[in-house]
Design a protein around this ligand. Structure first.
Ligand code: SF4
Length: 364
């Protein structure tokens, strides 16, 4: 997989003094830089384009550590998001970030390193709580690491804290930087997985399925705990056999004993996102089939379809290994029961279940 190219850097005046801005500009010496205030940048936004070859260096004024927004009225896992930036250079047709039309470009928050102490205080002041933290909800954790050097300062920062883990979720094969780090404890290397057909047709510019699994194997061999996310499962003719092929690859390359969890979720989207996706990706097949409006207003596959897909995949995964920490992403109690044969019943019990996996595999 090749590194992504950056065409220009846009830097807000407030971001110029931040240490990460200086490092990023130092790593891209020949890229033109435009300087402007945040309002000026906003005025220049072309909201129809994602402008994914521009880096925007932004002094972030919000909170860096926030609970995952989850979704109303479904069981959520209690994850915390570390807001390192928004958008990524890859092109998944289903990416919900496309609905943030007023936030184009690859947006990097340059005061992150300078404000780690605030995050440290939050974590250290609650020593009995486990913080499961990830950077990969609003961007890809590793796609831009060669520019940002996130792993240089985030791995040592989180690894030494006993009550948290940092999960780096990616669709890339860019593992060189984490492998060269000397920090392992408390760090989870994670891959989103999908069938080769979905990767080829719906996940543009990402690593192939095999590249992702080989990267996971390399990280596992280097001593990292790993995780996988089958999300979004896409319903299409032949999905059973093609998701089965993923499990066969996992069986071939991965030691299941150091998998901390595997999440499963199905394709869902807010209705307004559909038209934006069709405009950017008119050839997409992700809207094939029928959808129903869920309790949170998102469109989802009908419940029997979701249950069938979850049950099929989870049964197959359990045949491989019976202790993989499988959980469903944003589903209801009855869908859990019908597809996995058990349910945590509520979000707090799911959090406890995942926290216990952290204690068992990483923080004992
Ligand atoms: S990798 Fe994630 S953040 Fe990047 S385009 Fe795909 S879904 Fe969006």
């Amino acid at each position: 997989m090749k590194r992504f190219k950056v065409r220009r850097i846009l830097i807000e005046r407030e971001a110029e003094k931040d240490s990460l801005s200086k490092k990023i500009i130092g790593k891209l010496p020949n890229i033109p830089i435009e300087r402007a205030g945040s309002n000026e940048l906003a005025l220049r936004d072309d909201i129809e384009e994602m402008d994914k070859d521009s880096l925007r260096l932004i002094h972030y004024k919000g909170e860096f550590l926030k609970p995952c927004p989850g979704t109303r009225r479904y069981i959520c896992c209690g994850y915390q998001i570390l807001n390192v930036g928004i958008n990524c250079p890859m092109e998944c047709t289903y990416c919900f970030l496309q609905s943030y039309v007023n936030q184009p470009s690859l947006r990097l928050f340059t005061n992150l390193e300078d404000e780690l102490n605030v995050i440290g205080e939050i974590i250290d002041n609650q020593p009995d709580r486990i913080f499961r933290i990830g950077t990969g909800e609003f961007t890809d954790s590793l796609a831009l690491n060669y520019i940002t050097g996130w792993t240089d300062f985030l791995l040592p920062f989180f690894s030494v804290r006993k009550n948290c883990i940092l999960e780096l979720k990616t669709k890339t094969s860019f593992i060189k930087d984490i492998i060269k780090s000397s920090y392992r404890k408390g760090i989870v290397a994670a891959w989103s997985l999908n069938t080769s057909r979905i990767i080829a047709n719906e996940e543009g510019k990402t690593a192939s399925l095999k590249e992702r699994i080989i990267s996971a194997r390399e990280c596992q061999k280097a001593g990292f705990v790993i995780a996988f996310h089958f999300d979004p499962l896409i319903n299409y003719p032949g999905w059973e056999n093609e998701y089965e092929e993923i499990v066969q690859l996992l069986e071939r390359y991965i030691d299941p004993a150091s998998i901390i969890w595997i999440s499963i979720g199905s394709f869902r989207y807010m209705p307004e996102l559909k038209w934006r996706i069709l405009k950017r990706f008119p050839g997409t097949h992700i809207f094939n089939g029928e959808f129903v409006t869920g309790l949170d207003g998102k469109q989802r596959y009908f419940k029997p379809i979701r249950v069938k897909m979850y049950a099929n995949l989870s049964e197959r995964l359990k045949k491989w290994h019976d202790n993989l920490g499988i959980y469903l992403c944003m589903e209801s109690d009855d869908v859990w029961e019908q597809s996995l044969g058990w349910s945590p019943k509520n979000s707090s019990a799911l959090s406890n279940y995942l926290d216990n996996r952290v204690r068992m595999l990483m923080r004992t």
